[in-house]
Write a protein of this length. Structure first.
Length: 418
């Protein structure tokens, strides 16, 4: 059924609660310790990327399960007894949750009158936990009632009948996206925009009509449709988490440099590539529409409730050399909502020592490249204060192979200057 009848269909519209090009990190003690170590450069930074890159096994496993007609998900309950969906390969644990939110009146949710915003009946979350690094991330959506059969009131009891079809729809997106990202990662010359790659998966999920049973079905709500239109950029962030380690795992003769930019400030930043001097991107969010790294803050949901732990956002990118014996080099600008821009530069030559640098941006990429990317200084970590912020860039290694591959990881952090 491509278009179910409106009089028997519940339509849920997803609205983003978290934002950014990748799901935000839970800023707990483990995350703070991991970032502090990664800023040092060398083995500590490599350990940070090792934990990330091991997740390639998870995404590959999910795609293999899906392509083989198997379900990588299992039913579970959270500590409060709410039904959830769980998936794990040992290194990465992932769960989906759909949770009811009471109406302001306490009498349940009804269809909105014409011109009024649709009521939000719950929250859907996709959460990851890396068992190697103990780092966690969270992607959250509001579940808005965009359509509801007449005379039906959605309370906590009837919402339970929506949980199974909501999970079914979320899995349609997630499973398809994992398979597509794996296929696009395991090629000789990958070039992935996670948002563009997610389009087919989002389309499949939006066109998938789920059956509703239980008491809600008996009241005439037979079908569930989900509108994904407003969360494309946020949902696509999972693709970046999958693609970056998958490409490393498929690495052959090319050099690969993974770059993570963490915004640990109370100010929004935008990133822009001032110049790609050598090589090209293998994973890159759209630099025009998905280039914001939001400030570190508490998550605030659709009802004004705030999390007790802050989250911090990042931008995830990856670069490869254009030819078998080519270099990788980039000048990146990080611009705060107010104040001077920060520049970061890295040069990964095919032969010779890697160079990293950060400092105030002059806006002239060519000159910054000449000034800061020519003479190796053998530093694994460099920092600078620009205006009200401190920028640190750290690299895993200055030359050579890691686990028989030319892989280099770069962590860039922006913090408030002390």
């Amino acid at each position: 059924m491509s278009t179910p009848p409106a009089e028997s269909t519940v339509t849920i519209a997803l609205t983003p609660i978290t934002s950014g090009a990748t799901p935000p990190n839970i800023h707990d003690d483990q995350f703070a310790a991991a970032i502090a170590a990664a800023q040092q450069g060398g083995d500590a930074t490599q350990a940070y990327f090792d934990g990330m890159n091991q997740t390639a096994d998870y995404w590959g496993w999910v795609a293999t399960q899906v392509d083989g007609g198997e379900d990588p998900w299992a039913d579970g309950v959270d500590p409060d007894g709410n039904p959830i969906q769980m998936s794990s390969n040992g290194n990465l644990d992932l769960r989906m949750g759909a949770f009811y939110r009471e109406s302001p009146t306490g009498d349940g949710h009804v269809a909105a009158v014409e011109g009024a915003p649709p009521p939000v009946v719950g929250i859907a979350t996709i959460q990851t936990h890396n068992t190697t690094t103990n780092l966690s991330a969270d992607l959250s959506f509001g579940l808005s009632l965009a359509g509801l059969p007449p005379s039906i009131v959605i309370g906590s009891k009837l919402f339970k009948d929506l949980i199974k079809p909501v999970y079914s729809n979320l899995k349609t997106y997630f499973n398809k996206n994992a398979s597509d990202i794996k296929a696009q990662s395991e090629v000789e010359d990958p070039s992935i925009d996670p948002e563009a790659e997610a389009e087919d998966a989002l389309s499949d999920a939006e066109s998938s009509i789920e059956d509703i049973g239980g008491d809600l079905g008996e009241q005439g709500a037979e079908y569930l449709a989900v509108e994904w239109g407003s969360v494309g950029a946020e949902a696509a962030g999972l693709g970046a988490l999958a693609a970056i380690p998958l490409i490393v795992g498929f690495l052959g003769h090319k050099m690969v440099t993974s770059v993570l930019v963490h915004n640990l400030t109370d100010t929004d930043f935008t990133w822009s590539v001032l110049e790609q001097v050598h090589g090209k991107s293998s994973v890159m969010p759209d630099p025009k529409t998905n280039n914001k790294i939001p400030k570190m803050d508490y998550n605030t949901d659709s009802w004004g409730d705030k999390t007790t732990v802050k989250v911090s956002y990042e931008a995830s990118m990856q670069f490869i050399n254009s030819t078998d014996y080519g270099d990788i080099g980039l000048v990146l600008a990080l611009t705060p909502a107010s104040g001077p821009a920060i520049a970061t530069t890295f040069y990964i030559p095919w032969a010779g020592h890697n160079i990293v640098w950060t400092g105030a941006s002059t806006g002239n990429a060519d000159q910054m490249w000449i000034d800061h990317a020519q003479d190796p200084d053998d530093k694994l970590s460099v920092n600078a204060t620009v205006g009200a912020f401190k920028s640190t860039i750290a690299i895993t290694k200055l030359s050579g192979k890691t686990d028989d591959s030319y892989f280099y990881g770069i962590v860039i952090t922006i913090e408030k200057a002390s």
